[in-house]
Design a protein around this ligand. Structure first.
Ligand code: SAH
Length: 420
């Protein structure tokens, strides 16, 4: 979502202010830093990066801080780093060309409704489009700062989504990534009329777009994975067989304290339904270790889910207390060393699973959508189930979906021969 926000910022600046991108920091008239704040590390990184930019930038170049850290720190950023010219929150992207001209402007209103705003066109990769389907988040997970920084959830009217995808297909994209904090909660609230009012029907509707061959989405919430949605996921040939099912914890008591709204049993049940309806699908997940009160037994429940589901991809984090969240006020913190050991055990076991998954691909054939040239006469793309695949080839394969027979497998990527 941050990447798409950056594309929107670039589009506004180039359409309305004639800015062009430069890879050279010393040449820039404007430096924008789009920030995350989901954990503490990116926030401290912001201030160290600002120091680097301050030294290297042209004397009159402006610096703007955007995104989630901007949303929750607001004018504190300018107080701490007066070199910053303006601050613009994750929910105020469309205001970029206004704040740009106001010294020390701070636009961080999380009630601001951008759900029908017509952003200009800019895409980093013309073969793949990212399209927002909702803004904000209503979930209120107790560890998470996102509802504070992105405001309440509003879905984007289905016709706007449809038209945006159509436009990207007309200009060469065969794949779309639908974006939202809880994509399968689509339709919870609209601020304008919408023909389609739920996620499963939205998937069906956009599948009718001719020339669109691949649909991905991130992130769905396990709670809203009803049977109808999973059946559509499994049976619709345009939907890529890769699904993110963020677990967070395998312990019912931790899940309750996180306010996730599901149990371990529900989670396992959803994953086994995915595995039986779509055996070729890969399942990825997010796990937090060291949430307040997490005991050794709680952590074993998480390890148990890992053993049972054997996630093909894992994003794992040590719990990081965030301001304005309920969990930050909880006592019984887990010591850092304990959290670190749990994280290591989780990641080590997952690495073994991943190695087995990747080695098992040898000799198989994946359909790969090639979208990026690589050095040494190679080209890269993603398989339907989301794996990174390299093959020999050049321009002639860009924008092509081709079968690739896998001859080499490592932990992070597959390699093979494109059969065309
Ligand atoms: N709604 C998005 C959330 C994006 S944040 C989604 O469902 O994917 C991505 C991940 O960061 C979360 O799933 C969670 O695992 C992790 N995360 C969020 N807040 C965190 C915190 N305070 N400490 C550690 N990890 C956190």
């Amino acid at each position: 979502m941050n990447t798409r926000d950056s594309e929107h910022l670039i589009a506004e600046l180039s359409n309305k202010e004639n800015y062009i991108l430069t890879p050279n920091l010393k040449e820039a008239d404007l430096i924008l830093i789009n920030t995350c704040s989901v954990r503490e590390k990116p926030v401290s990184k912001l201030f160290s990066e600002l120091g680097v930019f301050a030294k290297q930038k042209k004397p009159d170049a402006k610096i703007g801080v955007c995104g989630c850290t901007a949303s929750h720190l607001g004018k504190e950023i300018i107080q701490k780093a007066p070199i910053v010219d303006f601050v613009i929150g994750a929910r105020n992207v469309s205001k970029i060309t206004q704040v740009l001209h106001k010294k020390h402007a701070v636009a961080i209103d999380t009630d601001f409704d951008e759900s029908t705003y017509n952003f200009g066109e800019y895409r980093t990769n013309r073969f793949k489009a990212m399209v927002n389907i909702s803004i904000g988040c209503d979930k209120g997970c107790t560890f998470c700062i996102v509802p504070v920084t992105r405001g309440e959830e509003i879905s984007i009217p289905s016709e706007l989504i449809y038209n945006e995808i159509q436009k990207s297909v007309d200009s060469g994209a065969k794949e779309v990534m639908l974006l939202g904090q809880n994509v399968n909660n689509y339709g919870r609230r609209f601020s304008a009329d919408s023909k389609i009012r739920d996620f499963t029907n939205l998937l069906r509707h956009i599948s009718t777009i001719k020339g669109l061959e691949r649909i991905r989405f991130t992130s769905p919430h396990p709670l809203h994975m009803d049977d109808e949605f999973l059946k559509e996921f499994a049976s619709n040939p345009k939907i890529c067989k890769q699904i993110h099912v963020p677990l967070q914890s395998g312990s019912d008591s931790v899940l309750k304290s996180m306010k996730r709204g599901y149990t371990k049993e529900w989670f396992l049940n959803r994953c086994s339904m995915i595995r039986s309806l779509a055996p070729q699908a890969t399942i990825s997940t997010d796990i937090i270790v060291g949430f307040p009160s997490e005991s050794d037994r709680d952590f074993e429940e998480t390890m148990d889910v890992l053993e049972k589901v054997r996630f093909e991809q894992l994003f794992s984090f040590k719990y990081s207390p965030r301001p304005h969240t309920q969990a930050a006020t909880l006592d019984s913190k887990v010591p850092q060393e304990v959290a670190q050991l749990r994280l290591k055990r989780l990641q080590d076991r997952h690495t073994q699973i991943l190695d087995e998954v990747m080695q098992a691909q040898l000799g198989s054939t994946h359909f790969v959508y090639f979208d990026e040239l690589k050095p040494h006469g190679k080209i890269a793309g993603r398989s339907d189930d989301g794996k990174l695949v390299f093959a020999k080839g050049g321009e002639e394969l860009l924008g092509v979906i081709a079968p690739v027979k896998i001859t080499k497998a490592s932990r992070s990527l597959l390699e093979g021969e494109a059969q065309i």
